[in-house]
Each structure stands twice: as structure tokens, then as C-alpha cells.
Design a protein around this ligand. Sequence first.
Ligand code: F6P
Length: 351
Amino acid sequence: MKIGILTGGGDCPGLNAVIRAIVRKGIFHHQDQFVGFMEGWRGVLENITRPLDLEAVKGILPQGGTILRTSRTNPSKKENGMERCIENLKRNGVEALIALGGDDTQSVSLKLYDRGVKVVAVPKTIDNDLTGTDLCFGFDTAVSIATEAIDRVHTTAEAHNRVIVVEVMGREAGWIAIYSGIAGGADVILIPEQPFDIQEIAETIKGRHDRGRYFSIIVVAEGAKLANRTPDTERRKTDEFGHVRLGGIGNTLAAEIEARTGFETRAVVLGHIQRGGSPTAFDRMLATRYGIGAIDLVHQGKFGRMVALKGNDISSVPIADAVSKTRYVSQEFIDVAESLREQHSEEVSSS
Ligand code: F6P
């Protein structure tokens, strides 16, 4: 069978491990042939391809990024975009397409599937906010990097009597912030799901310092929002899926905390460091299982579906379900963070 593969949206540690698993199982067990479409949907739209054989996937398991490169190209925003994609898939003799991506990439997969293309989806986003699966590969790597950064920031904050704000990724959902914040022992964790009041955060920090602590760590997701304030997103650039470029909440927060508490406050923005580099062993394993799951779906003829992790089992869900809504941080995790938060002295003495 001739199978096309592409990687779309923001890159993610483990993409190469997925590609390798698909190609190896496809060739070893089904004598498949593969074609790689470069730079996400741009490659399909503009017919930019590369050969994908055993030689091409040699040594890529531990590599970050993606050998197919990526983009946020949205063919449905281009003139005759979907038709051009279908035409190029035919031109390359592609009988099935495996798309690795998050909700934007998979919304295009769904449009193609609805037009008769045999598509299988693999969930990808370090933000871990895709519905239908319990976990996306790349998330564990991002959390490990963020946690290590928080540990490092901890010792320098303590040495200098500072408040340090660590801004992590997480556009709609605060999974990276809540995991790394809990794992790194942050004093305050701010996520997009819970708009926050700056004065309240300043009071929390002041209260902590009044009780004898002389440093604090705040972890904030880039998409976290101030309560009662419309986000200043109008002047920001948007991508082809309409998402504004985020970032900056860490610096805003640091300036406000310093002004309201008088404590020296610095911000560290982790940004793309969380997305680059080699995947953890956990992510290599998950990515490999997703790759095997995807090629299995192709040969079972189960198209229009996305591989998914349910508990510890690989299964699949309709792509339509996966792109229908964002998977937000669940109350259980919010409760864990809340249970660990330092209480004011009155609260402690009355408990
Ligand atoms: O992949 C999702 C994400 O990591 C978001 O958290 C973030 O807003 C976005 O990517 C940034 O990606 P880029 O800088 O590549 O546009």
C-alpha cells in the first residue's frame, strides 16, 4: 500500500519516533511504500515530498523536531486548497494518509476524510489538550524540561530573596503548568482555566513572606488570563487557524507583583525550549505505540479515526470527536495543587 505521512502544527518531541514506528512496521509487515509530505499541509497543497524508507528513518528515534518539518498552513484558507490537496495525493498514488498533529491539523484531516480521503490521525501537542486521548506524546518531555527549570530557578530565587515567575506553554489548557508546578513545588500555579486576580496573588506572596519565607516561585501558563480584563490580543499576529501569538503574561505578572509587594521579582519565559530536543523515554515509548497503532488502523481499514491512549491501552476514536472540544485541566489536578497551597496563619491555626 502507498501511504503518505505529514506532521503539522507546532513541533513536538516524539514526532520522529512516530514516523519511524509507522515506516518500520509498514515495511516489515505489509511491504508498504511511504511518501513524506513536507511542512505539514503545505507539502500536500504544494506537492513538496520526500522519500520515506528504512534509510530515511535510521537513527531518528531520539531526535527532536521532525524530519518532515512542519508548518501551520491551513489548506481550507487557500483558493481551491482542499481540491489541490486531493489532487496531489492522487498524483503521488497515495492510498492512505497518516496525519500527525493537534486539533488544527486534524480539523483539516476531517475535512479531507469527509471528501473521501482515507485518513488516520495521530494526536500531537505538548499542550496535552486534545480530547479523545488521555495523553499526547511530547507532553512528558515538556513537563520534564519545565520541572527541571523550576528546580533551577528555585535555588537562585532562594539565594537572592526573589520572587521568580516561570512562564510555560499552554494556550487553552494549563496541563504543563499544573504538572510542572506541582512537580516543582511552585507556590502559585496559574492556568487558563482559572482567571486570576493580580492583587490576590500579591497578597498570597506577601502573606507567605510575612510568615518568614523570603522567596517564592510562581508558574504561569502563557494562556492564563487576568480576571475582569479583556486580553490585549488585537494587535498580535495570528496564524492561518486564527490563533494569536501568545507570551508575555510572565513579564506582566512579574512587574505587577514587584509593584504591589515591593519584593524583587523576575520572569523566566521557557518558550520553545519546552518543545525542542530529545524526547523522554516515556514519550519515545508512547510515540512508538501511537505509530504502530496508526499503521494498524490503516491496515484494518479504520479511517477517519485517531489513535488514542485510554488508561494504558492504545485504542482509537473518531477524528470528529477529537477536534470537537479542548481537554481542560480536570478538577482533580486543580484540587491537588490547592491542597498543597500554603494557608494563611489564621486558616492554619483554625484547622
Ligand atoms: O503547540 C502548541 C503550542 O505549544 C502553544 O502552547 C503555543 O502557544 C504555540 O504552540 C506556540 O507555537 P509557535 O511559536 O510555533 O507558533
